[in-house]
Ligand binder design. Structure first.
Ligand code: ZN
Length: 321
């Protein structure tokens, strides 16, 4: 399929590749030049694989692991300005999602407003919880102090992409002796799904019913467990949300194919939320353009759905027209 739009594609600036030096592996070192490049190798691969537009976002953990709120705001601004300058060279091929200093809800709302109004960004991508003050601190955005932030997101009408990050060292007991499971193979989805469930259970979508949340990796495993979640929650009273989790998930969430190129899981996601709520994504450079597109172009789904998921839904959701 030509003219695809890929919506979870990452870039870095030198400040944020340094933040990922915990991954001192050959794999990570190989990724760095690809994260820093937008217009050379990346664009050539997009041409070869039928991707017309990439929606770019800062690499994880990015701004979310900066312990000082002022420095987080500074880094977000710097990354967003760099992204805007990069997009300006090829506005026909790239669009941007804002990095946000969620450590300070007011600063995050102001930066989102600036990015949408002045830099013409199409939404935000945030790497799950933020740390503030102490490395063991994890702040989740269902907390009451974030309600005014969500009011701004709803008013601007742009999607908020909730992206994975590493769990905190202090919360890794289950992974002891099994460090290979901490990040993308398992821990990322566990962390991000939990954050999404907190947003749903908190009543956030009762207060702001027009919010649009995007989850990668075909929904961070939530579609597979959604029936059981509501089945069991009917027996457990006390959560603030007024409606079943499945209702929020079908009305407020969009899912992308980033890094999960499995046709069985894609079909399950389509059956769970509908083809209008799925979007194509690669997760470049952590995933490969060729592998993602060869899979997607041949996946055993209806052609009408392929065109929605590969292009149409993203054009509408991110207002790329
Ligand atoms: Zn990603």
């Amino acid at each position: 399929m030509q003219g695809k739009v890929a919506v979870e594609e990452h870039f870095a600036i030198p400040d944020t590749t340094d933040r990922s030096l915990r991954y001192q592996t050959d794999y990570w070192k190989g990724l760095q030049p690809r994260l820093l490049d937008v217009h050379d190798r990346r664009l050539a691969e997009m041409d070869r694989t039928g991707i017309e537009i990439e929606v770019l976002s800062l690499n994880s953990n990015g701004v979310q692991s900066v312990l000082d709120a002022g420095k987080a705001a500074e880094l977000a601004r710097k990354a967003n300005d760099a992204l805007a300058a990069s997009i300006a060279k090829r506005p026909d091929r790239f669009a941007g999602l804002a990095a946000l200093p969620m450590q300070d809800p007011q600063a995050a709302a102001a930066e989102l407003e600036r990015c949408v109004r002045d830099l013409k960004f199409k939404g935000a991508l945030v790497n799950s919880f933020s740390q503030l003050g102490s490395p063991d601190d994890a702040i989740y955005y269902d907390l009451p102090q974030y309600r005014p932030f969500w009011a701004v997101v709803e008013r601007l009408g742009v999607p908020f992409y909730l992206h994975p990050r590493d769990p905190l060292p202090s919360r890794r007991q289950a992974y002891e002796g099994h460090p290979w499971l901490i990040a993308s193979p398992w821990g990322f989805a566990e962390e991000t799904a939990m954050h999404a469930l907190r947003l749903m259970g908190s009543g956030l979508f009762d207060d702001y019913p027009k919010l649009k949340i995007v989850l990668g990796h075909l929904g961070e495993r939530i579609p597979y467990d959604l029936w059981r979640l509501d089945h069991r929650l009917r027996k457990v009273p006390g959560r603030p949300a007024k409606r079943a989790m499945g209702e929020y998930f079908r009305e407020n969430f969009y899912l992308t194919t980033s890094g999960n190129f499995c046709t069985t899981s894609l079909i399950h996601a389509i059956l769970t939320v509908g083809a209008d709520r799925l979007l194509f994504a690669v997760d470049y450079p952590f995933e490969d353009h060729a592998q993602a597109t060869v899979w997607f172009d041949a996946a055993d789904i209806a052609e009408a759905d392929r065109h929605k998921i590969g292009r149409g839904n993203a054009m509408a959701l991110f207002q790329l027209g």
